[in-house]
Design a protein around this ligand. Structure first.
Ligand SMILES: Cc1ncc(COP(=O)(O)O)c(C=O)c1O
Length: 382
């Protein structure tokens, strides 16, 4: 027997009561029964997104909402600025280019956050740029970009939107759409939402809806105007992911009951515990200056083959964590702490890393990382 733990940055674990709620007999989506569930869900989503705007619910993975946020707001030939500091930043640019937009790439070293001054400089020197595309939490490098500061730049500009991928920030740390002035905020169900993959979300500011009126990129399935019209009638344009929406209704209740401030505080505590543990183990953080509270990236000792290490954790110890991508492949491990996670998930993550490091021949004093994590985690029990 091997007990399995899912500590990857998505999909994340799903609470048993949510799985049970989603296992109920199927209902039809064009019924008052479904519409009542949908009505409740769409209101609670606004709380999670910290917005008065409608939050569209799409049957897709997060990338679907990213794609729709480009095709619904821009036309071929439009110029946009892409903050490219990791795999997902790069994805913004690739989607934009696939639809004929002209992407200006602002490359940021992996593990570092973008400097808002560099964004300002790029916008000042290219007045045609109509959008800044960025991640609130760049999962591939475990970095949190300074969204509030970027919003302060774009807020004063009528012709430029701030488009934020909050796929691993919504429900993890503050990404305050209305208060900060984010124009588009995207997320996905398999992260802090504690749900299986399959739902994508996006909310648009008034300013963004104005862009929608003139945007000419081809689109069909992801048609935000059509979705908004249907949302008002408590339904979706096409067959929704009924079971996931039932699960969504229930997780939103759980999050509301905990309170968003407490949800953020929990994630922050788990993240600080993971970082303290990594340092106590004598390992280096991937993003020491601007770490995301969703995931902690750790450089493994050079003697350790990261690919084999992640595989050993998963196959022999039953603990799924993520490795590195692109040039970080085989070099790092990412400990995820978002969604349905709490104190003892961190203990499992850290103790398994200590044990696996010893297995891989690295000199480890057992308990050093765990103890450092415990010092932080104890805050919850004072
Ligand atoms: C920051 C970020 N953006 C985009 C994505 C892509 O989302 P999906 O795989 O749901 O399409 C992910 C998924 O890991 C992510 O973490």
């Amino acid at each position: 027997m091997k007990k399995r733990f899912l500590l990857a940055p998505g999909p994340t674990p799903v609470p048993a009561e949510i799985n049970l709620a989603m296992a109920q007999p199927m209902i039809h989506h064009r019924t008052p029964q479904f519409s009542a569930i949908f009505a409740e869900t769409k209101e609670d989503l606004k709380y999670l997104f910290q917005t008065k705007q409608d939050v569209l619910i799409l049957a897709a993975s997060g990338t679907g909402a990213m794609e729709g946020s480009i095709t619904n707001l821009y036309s071929p030939g439009d110029e946009v600025l892409v903050v490219n500091g990791g795999k997902f930043g790069e994805r913004w640019g690739k989607i934009a280019e696939a639809y004929g937009l002209k992407a200006h790439w602002l490359n940021v070293e992996w593990g570092k956050a973008v400097d808002p001054a560099d964004v300002k400089k790029a916008l000042d020197s290219n007045p045609n740029i109509k959008g800044v595309f960025v991640q609130a939490s760049e999962t591939s490098t475990t970095v949190a970009h300074p969204i509030k500061e970027l919003a302060a730049i774009t807020n004063g500009m009528d012709n430029c939107l701030l488009i934020v991928d909050g796929i691993t920030s919504v429900g993890v740390f503050p990404t305050l759409m209305d208060e900060w002035g984010i124009d588009v905020l995207v997320s996905g169900s398999q992260k802090a939402f504690m749900l299986p993959p399959g739902l994508a979300f996006t909310a648009l500011s008034e300013k963004a809806w104005k862009f929608q009126e003139t945007a000419k990129c081809p689109r069909f399935y992801f048609d935000f105007k059509k979705e908004r019209k249907n949302l008002k009638d408590n339904t979706t344009a096409y067959t929704p992911a009924v079971s996931l929406i039932i699960g969504l209704r229930d997780v939103l209740k759980m999050l509301k009951q905990e309170g968003l401030e407490n949800v953020f505080a929990r994630h922050n505590r788990l993240a600080r515990a993971a970082r303290a543990a990594v340092k106590a183990m004598g390992l280096k953080l991937l993003a020491p200056d601007a770490p995301s509270d969703a995931t902690t990236g750790v450089y493994l000792p050079e003697s350790v083959d990261g690919g084999k290490f992640v595989k050993y954790l998963r196959d022999d110890m039953g603990i799924t964590m993520a490795g590195g991508q692109d040039h970080l492949k085989g070099k790092i491990i990412r400990i995820a702490h978002l969604g349905y996670v709490d104190t003892f998930d961190i203990i499992v993550a850290i103790s398994s890393i200590e044990m696996a490091l010893r297995k891989f021949g690295h000199k480890v004093e057992f308990g050093k990382g765990v103890a450092a994590a415990q010092e932080v985690l104890m805050e919850a029990y004072k």
